[in-house]
Write a protein that binds this ligand. Sequence first.
Ligand code: BG6
Length: 320
Amino acid sequence: MSDNNKSVAVTKGANGLEKLILRQLHGSSVETFSFLQVYLYGAHVTSWKTEQREELLFVSSKAIFKPPKPIRGGIPICFPQFSNLGSLEAHGFARNRFWTIDTDPPPLQPNVTNGVFVDLLLKPTEEDMKIWPHSFEYRLRITLGPGGDLMLTSRIRNTNTDGKPFTFTFAYHTYFSVSDISEVRVEGLETFDYLDNLKSRERYTEQGDAITFESEVDKIYLSTPSKIAILDHEKKRTSVVRKDGLPDAVVWNPWDKKSKAMADFGDDEYKHMLCVEAAAIEKAITLKPGEEWKVRQELLTVPSSYCSGQLDPSKVLQSS
Ligand code: BG6
C-alpha cells in the first residue's frame, strides 16, 4: 500500500527476521512523519514514533530476536493465555509464532480508512494443536492513525470443526518507554481491585492515590475503565491507553532483582520501562465454533503541562 502520505514496506530486521515499516506523513515535509515497526515474528510492534520522533515503546538492548524467545519489549501479544499456567508456554504462543500478512481479511467494522494499516493473520499449525487442541483464526489489524496514534484490533474466531468451544485469556503486553520509573504516575486505576501476582494473586483494593513506583510491581487490575494514563514528569509526556472489550489492566515493573535474573533484559533497564497491559484475564473468554471475539487497544501520546508542581491527569483523561 502506498500513496503520497502513507506507506507500508517489508524489510529485514534483526537476525534477518521480516519486519514491516508503516509511515504516515504529516504536513508537507517528508521529514515529518510518524512511524511503526512490526515484526511478523509475534506480530510484534517494536517501535512507535510520533512526528516529534520520540520513541514511545521500550525494547531491551538485550532483546533476543530469535525464535523461540519472544522479543523483550514493544507489544507482545499474550494468547491463548496470559501467565504461566498449565502446560501452555508462558503468555501463550502468539508472541513467538510467525504471522503472515493477511491479504484478504473480512471487512472490519467500523472500517477506519484514514491512517495506514496492515492486517496480520495467525492460524495454528499441527504442532500448535498438540499443545492447544483448537483451530482458530487470529486477525490483527495494526493501524498508525493520521495523528500518529497506534491502534491494535484483534479478531479471534473459533474455527473448530469438532463442535467444541475454547477458552482463553489475553493481553496486549505493552512496554512503555519512560524517562525514570520513579518519576512516573499511572492514573485511572486508583480505587480498583487488583490481584497481586507477587502475593499468589490475592485480591486487594488500590487506594485513592495515583500509582507511583518504588519497588517491584506485578498487579492485575480488574474491571477497569477504558482509559488509563501514564504520566511522565520528566518527559512532560502522557501516554494514554484506550481499551475496548478488555476489562483488566496489568501493571508490571520487575525492579532491580528480577531484572538481573532475566537474560534478555539489562540490569538497570527497569528504570526506563513500564508495562501497562490491556487484558482479559479474570473472566476467561469462551468462544463456540463460528463465534468471533473483537477487541481494541488504542495508544496515543499528548504533551503534559505542570499544574501546581504536578501534572493534572484529570485534564489529560478528559481531553484525550
Ligand atoms: C507480566 C506478568 O505481564 O509479564 C509478569 O504479570 C511477568 O508476572 C511479565 O513476569 C514478563 O513475562 P515474560 O514471560 O515476558 O518474561
